[in-house]
Write a protein that binds this ligand. Structure first.
Ligand SMILES: C[S@@+](CC[C@H](N)C(=O)[O-])C[C@H]1O[C@@H](n2cnc3c(N)ncnc32)[C@H](O)[C@@H]1O
Length: 193
């Protein structure tokens, strides 16, 4: 019951404060702890629908914010969106032409879950690796990357792979993550190529 109550409380708070989803508090906490977004950063948000992270990003930078999702994202002032798959090379090209320089890539994307634990874990890690490859393709040297993942047997491999490309890599379990969930974020700073 504790986690259910926690879910409802955060959900209601998000609604009250005008955020499109409870996920908003996760990015706020990550930003507070790690300062991943600077006031003039161009940002790409992968798996951005319905758009609560985009709402926060818009307040943290005066530069460009682009959100990408398989699903449409309802319009937001000062935010450009692309409806498409983060793996699609055309989407990646479009991002480059819209932003030029990319300083930050964040990814809260989650695949549709089947309910089969090991299959779902593999799908999540695959999506995480795809987000990492996306970041490596578009990020400026010194840029930052955040990706949502889940603890499990394949996680250490993803963590090690991220470390090959960034100077500093940490993990963060946010306070608004539901009790009992294995969800965590990789926070990678200072892209080295
Ligand atoms: C938990 S939601 C993101 C919530 C968002 N951060 C917010 O604050 O509103 C996960 C999203 O990832 C998207 N997604 C999953 N796989 C994707 C892919 N390959 N390309 C783009 N988006 C994807 C889903 O469509 C879904 O909207």
């Amino acid at each position: 019951m504790g986690s259910q109550w926690g879910y409802d409380r955060t959900h209601l708070r998000a609604k009250h404060e005008g955020y499109r989803s409870r996920a908003a508090y996760k990015l706020l906490e990550i930003q507070h702890k790690f300062a991943i977004i600077r006031p003039d950063d161009n940002i790409v948000d992968l798996g951005a629908a319905p758009g609560s992270w985009l709402q926060i990003e818009r307040t943290l930078t005066s530069a460009k914010v682009v959100g990408i999702d398989l699903n449409p994202i309802a319009p937001l002032d000062g935010v450009e969106t692309i409806e498409g798959d983060l793996n699609d090379p055309e989407v990646q090209e479009k991002v480059r032409s819209m932003l030029g320089v990319v300083n930050v890539v964040v990814c809260d994307a989650a695949p549709k879950l089947s309910g089969h634990k090991s299959y779902d874990q593999a799908r999540i890690i695959e999506l995480n690796e795809q987000a990492l490859m996306f970041a490596c393709k578009v990020l400026k040297q010194g840029g930052n990357f955040v990706v949502k993942s889940f603890q499990g047997t394949d996680f250490p491999g993803l963590y090690a792979m991220t470390k090959e490309h960034f100077y500093s890599v940490k993990t963060c379990i946010t306070k608004s993550t539901r009790k009992g969930s294995t969800e965590l974020y990789i926070v990678a700073k200072n892209f080295v190529g």
